[in-house]
Ligand binder design. Structure first.
Ligand SMILES: [Zn+2]
Length: 296
């Protein structure tokens, strides 16, 4: 019988096929609200997908001009949130890609470590931070010492993993008792999901899990974490970026609206950055403290 991977309920509905890939279906759990993809693609399929071209499409190699500014500013938003709780120490970025976030964390005073599955990105990150600081593969297999990290970050990561429970177990093992975890992932309760429904940009083959606030809280709770904050994640973007996205992911109302803006606004305004929420959430959590005799 089909079961929810997060809460084990068997009250699961099939919602819709993934855009352009009807053999992959999105299911939804009635109990905890998590959505998930079945069947999960094979390892070989994902390995091919996460090749160099995957990162090219996201403009990771050629961080230049406005894209670089947008990324840096978005990472600053994340770092500033972390620094409210931790100002220094060992930071592990899971799914660190080419290490752009870790560069910022390192400049802010943290000691950077990373886990990355893609050959291409791993080699670039290794060149920046050294062999000792990087592990190529999935988090569950990494050899870093238990209780060695002050901060563990997972941006755009949890939706990609095959098993969120084994990831959370490993995070718990690697984290110091007073450490904090930051997770950023798409939120199926967001306004953009409500507008786009099955055309939501985050529904794609490599996204195996889709959380909302309820299901991610449940996941944290199951692994004995206390949620410190859970908010819509702001990103730094500009109109030129939206124009590009909505030409790829067409919407009956938003695509013509943004085309109109794109025609009317002067080029300088198209590239001016602003902070906006586009359907992701950010969560900070720490281990529950049982030292005071509190029972679980
Ligand atoms: Zn569930």
């Amino acid at each position: 019988m089909l079961q929810c991977h997060v809460c084990q309920s068997d009250k699961v509905d099939c919602l819709w096929p993934v855009r352009d890939n009807p053999e992959y279906l999105v299911y939804s759990c009635q109990e905890c609200g998590v959505k998930f993809l079945l069947p999960q693609p094979t390892d070989a399929f994902l390995r091919d997908l996460y090749s160099k071209s995957y990162y090219d499409a996201w403009g990771i190699e050629e961080y230049s001009g406005s894209v670089r500014d947008m990324k840096l500013s978005t990472f600053d938003l994340r770092l500033n949130l972390i620094k409210k709780y931790k100002k220094q120490g060992n930071i592990l970025d899971v799914g660190c890609a080419t290490g752009f976030f870790l560069e910022g964390a390192s400049a802010a005073g943290f000691t950077p470590f990373g886990v990355e599955i893609s050959d291409y990105s791993f080699n670039i990150a290794k060149g920046k931070f050294g062999e000792e600081a990087l592990f190529q593969g999935i988090l569950e297999d990494c050899p870093f010492a238990e209780r060695s990290f002050d901060v563990i970050t997972m941006s755009d990561l949890l939706e990609h993993v095959r098993n969120p429970h084994t990831v959370m177990e490993k995070v718990r093992a690697l984290l110091k008792d007073d450490g904090i975890v930051m997770i950023m992932t798409p939120d199926t309760d967001s306004l953009t999901h409500w507008i786009m429904r099955e055309k939501w940009v985050h529904y794609k083959i490599e996204h195996l899990f889709y959380f909302n606030k309820e299901s991610i809280r449940l996941l944290a709770d199951r692994h004995d974490f206390q949620v410190l904050c859970l908010d819509p994640a702001r990103k730094t973007l500009n109109i030129a970026y939206f124009y590009h996205q909505f030409e790829i992911y067409r919407h009956w109302l938003l695509t013509p609206l943004i085309r109109l803006l794109h025609t009317l606004l002067p080029p300088k305004m198209l590239l001016s950055n602003f902070n906006v929420t586009i359907g992701e959430m950010v969560l900070l959590m720490q281990k529950n403290d049982h030292s005071g005799g509190k029972t679980k």
